[in-house]
Design a protein. Structure first.
Length: 270
């Protein structure tokens, strides 16, 4: 059994996209550390399966493992469920925005409805969640907000014209939110993962253009468990930007070190 963490033990953590992928991996590690975990996701069956799985990692019998079916792209649903949660447990100590969708493809082939849905879920869903918890965190004078963006927001990858801008918007929003929330004792962190071994990656891989699949081979796919570990470590260390995995970190730093030359190299590869 994992020892209790002074950082996460008895903390109420709300995770969107918590029924699979990175969100579920983070939830498992938090439950092991003695946290109370509340999962938001759309699919009720997937949420129930996630709950049953988390029960196996429970640290103590008094831990709360709570699942709620919510479409984060609906501000009304988000506000209603957050208010109900706050009435019972108070404002969450930690919010992790992991909900997200993607649909790779060539710009000229992607329908406008794909761009619109990705913005609604990835970006506006993040905004709605942050808006719903901010007031309670401000009143309490503490809190942590973690927004999962993507490495593609700093390395514009061929085939992600719909996805990359939604993640860039999250990163920019998080930077501003960090400066505004800091005076209230609220820490905001941005996560920039590369390819992660999740159901979402399995879905998108067949849709990737040939060039995208070729470029993706330049970096290793990392397990969701590794990303979760790095996220929790980043929270513990109050990091503003969390980059899981060596390959992603190297690419991130090369992007800024090489400047325009990096884009020239990327263009040659495509």
């Amino acid at each position: 059994m994992v020892m209790k963490s002074n950082v996460f033990s008895q903390k109420h953590v709300l995770i969107t996209g918590g029924s699979s992928g990175i969100g579920l991996a983070v939830a498992k590690q938090l439950v092991q550390k003695g946290a109370h975990v509340h999962l938001f996701a759309r699919r009720e069956q997937a949420l129930e399966e996630a709950r049953l799985l988390l029960e196996e990692y429970r640290f103590s019998p008094d831990q709360v493992i709570h699942t709620i079916s919510v479409d984060v792209s609906s501000s009304d649903q988000v506000t209603r469920q957050i208010n109900a949660l706050a009435e019972k447990y108070g404002a969450p100590d930690i919010l992790i925005n992991s909900a997200g969708i993607t649909y790779p493809g060539l710009f000229q082939d992607l329908g406008l409805e794909i761009f619109e849905e990705i913005i609604r879920v990835n970006y506006l869903g993040c905004i709605y969640m942050c808006k719903a918890v901010a007031k309670g965190m401000i009143s309490r004078g503490s809190g942590v907000i973690v927004n999962i963006s993507s490495l593609v927001c700093v390395v514009p990858l061929y085939g992600y014209s719909a996805y990359a801008p939604s993640k860039s918007a999250i990163s920019s929003f998080s930077d501003v939110l960090r400066s505004e929330m800091s005076p209230f004792g609220i820490h905001v962190a941005t996560v920039l993962p590369g390819d992660v071994r999740t159901p979402q990656l399995e879905f998108e891989t067949p849709l990737k253009p040939h060039v995208t699949r070729t470029l993706a081979r330049l970096a290793n796919v990392i397990p969701a468990e590794k990303v979760a570990q790095d996220i929790l470590d980043g929270i513990s260390r109050k990091k503003a930007v969390i980059i899981p995995g060596f390959d992603a970190s190297l690419i991130y730093h090369l992007r800024f070190l090489l400047g325009g030359s990096f884009m020239f190299i990327l263009d040659l590869l495509t």
